[in-house]
Ligand binder design. Structure first.
Ligand code: SF4
Length: 356
């Protein structure tokens, strides 16, 4: 299963549920907006690495490669480049020059050891980090700027809007890889289609970043435990279709009319997610009753463990096949030859009404 990455920090901090299942974080469909963003990032990275690169030629190359609107890409890249250069030249809140320290660098935060290391960039096609270890939370920073006093962790955004940079989980996570004695600044360079580019920047203190580490570790621990936390991230959750909180999903799937191949696939996938959740919840309530004793259900029945005998052979099926008399003889013979194993097992059952 693809683990969460730092670009998904805000979603992870709200609700770990989508990463507890196979579908999880890999369900991010590549939209045209996302493809445009990839092209934009690619050109900006090339221009930051190579100051003599021809912006128009780079735009043309990226627009062809990703099949995006070349004019739109050109406008946004050229404008963003001017704004960024001016900002680096001192047109920023501190009136200080900044220089490039890193371009498109990937890091991984180990959520158990609480350490950060540099890793290889993700694959271009599937965006997978191939060299991460278990419990590592990877991410790629677009640009790191620096001067004597400050380190700026900056991310490019081409969508409709951006959040406050110092509240962005993604930027806080990326900043973990670049903490130093300098003042830490988190920034977005926002280059939307509807208006000119703007850089939003805010300082963040080390204490907040340390708390952020704890928050990630806590959310990471919840992956796979079936817990759900609805909130703003539900609006762009890739597991929303399977989320049990959308309880009307099953009703909706039933009500949609005639079956089609597509609907059968969708229903099967959704039922799979519900089955996994049901199994997980059964295990959890078994653990609770084992530790705390019987509980009463809302219908008044008592939920407790009962011990039931079992054997590894179905006597009923032998009697059905051979008839009552012959079947009984066969069972007797099998018993004598010790072909049938017997045992006992505990099952959680609703066994009575009313707590004594
Ligand atoms: S839709 Fe469900 S799984 Fe997705 S974030 Fe919301 S609560 Fe979590």
């Amino acid at each position: 299963m693809k683990p969460p990455s730092m670009s998904e920090t805000d979603r992870l901090l709200q609700c770990s549920y989508p990463w507890g299942f196979d579908r999880g974080s890999s369900a991010d469909a590549s939209s045209s907006a996302a493809t445009f963003g990839t092209a934009f990032h690619e050109v900006m990275a090339t221009l930051a690495r190579n100051l003599t690169a021809d912006p128009k030629a780079e735009v043309k190359k990226a627009a062809g490669k990703h099949s995006v609107d070349a004019e739109d890409l050109k406008t946004r890249v050229l404008d963003a480049r001017i704004v960024l250069r001016q900002w680096m030249d001192g047109k920023n809140p501190w009136s200080q020059k900044l220089s490039v320290k890193a371009v498109e660098k990937s890091i991984a935060f180990h959520v158990v050891r609480r350490t950060v290391r540099k890793i290889k960039n993700p694959t271009e096609d599937t965006h997978e980090y191939l060299d991460i270890e278990k419990n590592e939370f990877p991410g790629t920073v677009d640009l790191v700027l620096e001067n004597r006093n400050r380190t700026v962790v900056l991310d490019y955004k081409t969508g409709f809007d951006v959040s406050y940079p110092d509240r962005s989980g993604q930027l806080r996570s990326l900043a973990l890889g670049f903490r130093s004695h300098r003042e830490m600044v988190l920034a977005f360079l926002h280059a939307p289609s509807h208006s000119g580019p703007v850089i939003y920047a805010a300082e963040i203190n080390d204490e907040t970043l340390i708390k952020h580490k704890d928050a990630i570790a806590k959310a990471w621990d919840k992956i796979g435990d079936g817990s759900l936390r609805p909130g703003p991230a539900c609006a762009y959750c890739p597991a929303a279709q399977q989320c049990p909180l959308n309880a009307n999903n099953l009703v909706e799937l039933k009500a949609k009319g005639d079956l089609t191949a597509a609907r059968v696939g969708q229903i099967h996938e959704t039922l799979g997610a519900y089955d996994k959740l049901a199994k997980m919840l059964r295990e959890r309530i078994c653990g609770y009753v084992r530790a705390n004793g019987p509980v009463q259900r809302p219908d008044g029945k008592i939920l407790d463990f009962v011990t039931r005998p079992f054997s590894n052979l179905s006597g009923a099926s032998i009697k059905r096949a051979l008839g009552e008399v012959e079947g009984a003889k066969m069972l007797e013979l099998l018993e004598k030859k010790k072909c049938i194993e017997h045992g006992e097992r505990e099952e959680l059952r609703a066994i009575a009404e009313g707590i004594k």
